[in-house]
Design a protein around this ligand. Structure first.
Ligand code: NAP
Length: 290
């Protein structure tokens, strides 16, 4: 069995780290706040005092943290994992980061003799805990083959888009399209409510209609019911992803993107008032009080 260092035990990372324990690996865990590690420690994980400590003797280091700053800190900071990783160790970044960051981090870690796998994911926290994430990989093909045994416990599907950074490109467009759909749905439902439509009928029509993506199906029910129990993806993280996507679009599509910028603006408002709440609560910003 392998030695895995797992860093970042938030909604997603906690379940992913548990999958390595379930698979029988020796797991060292670190999180900025230790409380989220307690049950994993009880299940046999070693608590590391820093990312650097977690990475000692690891065969693979996997990170799942919020954003570019957090990723930089846990890999390259004063007590970052890269300090103790030996040449040839596999570095798997699962956090959703910006394209520039993914490529810069890949260059930096490759330069230190490490094997870097750009590996953002799709799937909610329940899929993370069940090992059923889709892994969006950007990596050299031979490196992916070396990393595959370390990806299997967390993902049921691996999509290899190409070189380092390409997994992140896909992840950012995926989440940008989600941001646009959710922000548009909130406005559509708020208009229907304000116009006095029967919202159960509206829901029924949405579910059988052409605009019903899985994202719309899921959020329309929650928004109409104003049932946001158990935040799975926060307004703050959705804003971050859309903003990273817009930055990428600005470098590739002259004069664009218009719709994407509107989604970032909508999520900036949501982030300002409800950063850690479920992204679907966006509807509360556009609807009139009931
Ligand atoms: P989360 O519950 O908010 O967890 C964020 C994690 O990042 C926590 O472990 C947090 O530590 C850590 N962190 C934040 N800032 C840090 C810093 N400066 N230094 C070190 N650690 C830091 O978020 P999540 O939902 O698990 O998402 C994690 C990543 O997965 C994000 O990149 C997100 O975009 C992506 N993602 C999420 C979903 C989803 O459905 N939730 C799906 C796909 C991808 P503390 O616990 O100490 O705060």
């Amino acid at each position: 069995m392998a030695r895995i260092a797992f860093i970042g035990l938030g909604r997603m990372g906690h379940g992913m780290a548990g999958r390595y324990l379930d698979a029988g690996h020796t797991v060292a865990v670190w999180n900025r706040s230790k409380a989220k590690a307690e049950d994993l420690i009880a299940r046999g994980a070693r608590w590391a005092t820093s990312p650097e400590d977690a990475a000692v003797d690891a065969d693979a280091v996997v990170t799942m943290v919020a954003d570019d700053d957090a990723s930089r800190a846990v890999w390259l900071g004063a007590t970052g994992a890269a300090k103790t990783m030996k040449a040839g160790t596999i570095a798997i970044e699962c956090s959703t980061v910006s394209y520039d960051h993914a490529r810069a981090l890949g260059r930096e870690l490759n330069g230190r003799g490490l094997i870097y796998i750009d590996c953002p994911v799709t799937g909610l926290p329940d899929a993370a805990a069940a090992g059923k994430l889709t892994l969006l990989v950007g990596a050299d093909a031979a490196d992916l083959e070396r990393a595959r045994p370390f990806l299997e416990p967390i993902g049921s599907t691996i999509r290899h888009f190409g070189a380092i950074g390409s997994g992140t490109v896909y992840k950012l467009i995926n989440n940008l399209m989600g941001a646009i759909q959710i922000a548009g749905l909130a406005e559509g439902l708020a208009i229907a409510e304000q116009a006095g439509l029967d919202m159960q009928l509206v829901l029924e029509a949405i579910q059988g209609g052409v605009a019903a993506s899985p994202q719309v199906l899921r959020h329309s029910k929650r928004m109409v019911a104003r049932d946001f129990a158990g935040a799975t993806f926060t307004a703050s993280l959705r804003h971050k992803d859309a903003a990273y996507a817009v930055k990428l679009a600005e470098s590739l599509l002259a004069g664009q993107p218009l719709v994407a910028r509107a989604a970032v603006e909508a999520y900036a408002k949501a982030k300002a008032v409800m950063p850690d709440e479920d992204e679907g609560r966006m509807i509360e910003l556009v609807s009139r009080p009931k």
